[in-house]
Every structure is written in structure tokens, then in C-alpha cells.
Design a binder for this molecule. Sequence first.
Ligand code: NCD
Length: 328
Amino acid sequence: MKRHLISAADLTRDDAVLILDTAEEMARVADRPIKKLPTLRGRTVVNLFFEDSTRTRISFEAAAKRLSADVINFSAKGSSVSKGESLKDTALTLEAMGADAVVIRHHASGAPYRLANSGWIDGAVVNAGDGTHEHPTQALLDAFTVRRRLVGRDAGLGRDLEGRRITVVGDILHSRVARSNVLLLNTLGAHVTLVAPPTLVPVGVENWPCEVSYDLDAVLPKSDAVMMLRVQSERMNAAFFPTEREYSRRYGLDGDRMARMPEHAVVMHPGPMNRGMEITAEVADSDRCTVVEQVANGVSIRMAVLYLLLGGAEPAVTTASARTEETK
Ligand code: NCD
């Protein structure tokens, strides 16, 4: 595996499968009465968040704490960034405090890449979402969720997503989640179809390893998983569709549309959801919707990523037999 995780394209199929399998071990720890592992004791993980976040920040924090790392949470609001401090000076400050890993979310696409390749810090850099570019740990937790739902917990061998059909619907143009998912799912052998109004499909999409459709109803019966995306109004500087009502009529998922999906197919959403816009409450609250599972799985995935980037050679989860070996 590479030293940093900036893009889903950084991962080979073997890397991705290793992360998913390690996350499965981490998820077992969450079922224990004591959910903590000593693996990253004495290491420092900094969460550097320049953009709003609920799930991702808390998830990285929980993951680092479950591995016994020290966690420093930094959010741009209320910091010296509001006084005009640059990314470089913030990075040098973190380095001076001995950060072993920096988890960064930034409104500028490319900020994590800059941090990883600048020489400002020595630690591993993990991209937790940069502008409209990428969000690799979200794609990993999404793949983990689909694998668990469609194949089961004893999945393995790395071919579980081979040939599965995943449909990603909505604001593809502004979505780092869509970009990372297309790359990772393709690496894992799945077929991805993007569905969006033509105005929300990025230029150059023909070079992405996926198909594009404008007809949601036609794609739904052929999908094993349907991932609904939020319309990212905060990144929109123009009118991309006539009205919200029009958008949800054509591209929103309601109960009737969900009924067109095969019985085994699941509905996913990275959150935050706009109920009534891209997804109705009926669908969001149904058993087929994995939104809450995705959050739980996110902690296991981020534990796996932090462990694999920082943990070195020691086994992540000490089994009973390994403990007996140690005391011999
Ligand atoms: C996404 C993000 O921030 O890119 N959310 C997340 O990380 N769970 C998607 C979004 O904001 O709509």
C-alpha cells in the first residue's frame, strides 16, 4: 500500500481487499464488551477539518480512539485559519506537535495531495473529502456495506463485487463520493452506472470507467445497489435544474420507484440526506436502506485504514491463540 490515501485510484485490487478484510476484523471488535485495541498506542492522529462534517469527522475520531491513538481535532472555524493562516503554516504547526497521521477535509480539490507531497509533514495523509474531487474512505465503506449486504460477513477472496451492478444517482458533478466510488468499484470488478440530469454530469465523464444514463426507471430493475446522492447546493453557482419538485420527480427515489428494484437490491446514501428531495422518508426509513449501517461500517473501515497506514507489522486484532504465544 502507498504511504498516503489521497484517491481511490491509489489502491490496487489487493490493497482494497486487504482494507475490506481488515475492516471485517475491526467490526468484530465492535461486538466485544471492550471495543478498544492497543494497536496505535502512543501515536497521534490529527483531524484537520476545513469544511463542515458530522459523520466523517466523528467516524475518524472514533476509529483512532478505538485503536488507542491520541486524537487532536482541528476545525478551521475558531482556529487561526480564520485569521488568515495558510495551509502550510497550519501543517508546520501540526508537524511540530508530532502528528503521525493527518486526516484532512478541505474545500479545495487537491489540498490533501499538496499536504502529502509538500514535505511540510512526515506523517501519513488521509483524504477525508477534498472539494469536488475525492473521498476514498467513503468509497471503501460503501464497498464494504454492499459486500456485507449482498454477500454476507464471511465474504473474502476479493471477487465478491465482481459483476455486481451499482447505480449512483444525483449530483454527480459536485460529488467526490461518486468519483471515488466509480474508481474503487471498478477496481473491485463491479459495473457502475451514473444517473443524473445532463447538467449534473461532469465534462469528461466518457473517460470514467462507467456508463451514464438519464433514465432512472430504466436502470433500477438492473441494479444490485442504488446509491442516492445529495444535491450539493452549497457548491452550486448556477441553476442546474428548474425546480426541486421537478428534480425529485425525475431523479428522486420514492416507494414506487424502489419497488422496481430487484428484491435483493439495497438503497444507499452517504449522508447527509435531504429527505423529500433525492429520497423520500419512506425509502430512507425502510429496511432496504443502509444509511445507518454505512455510518457504523465507516468506523471499521477507518480503523483498518489507520491501522494499515500506521500500524506496521503487528497484528491488528490479538486473537486468544496469539495472546497465549505472547505469554510463553
Ligand atoms: C459526503 C461528503 O461530504 O462528500 N458526505 C459524507 O462524507 N458522508 C456527501 C455530501 O456531503 O453530500
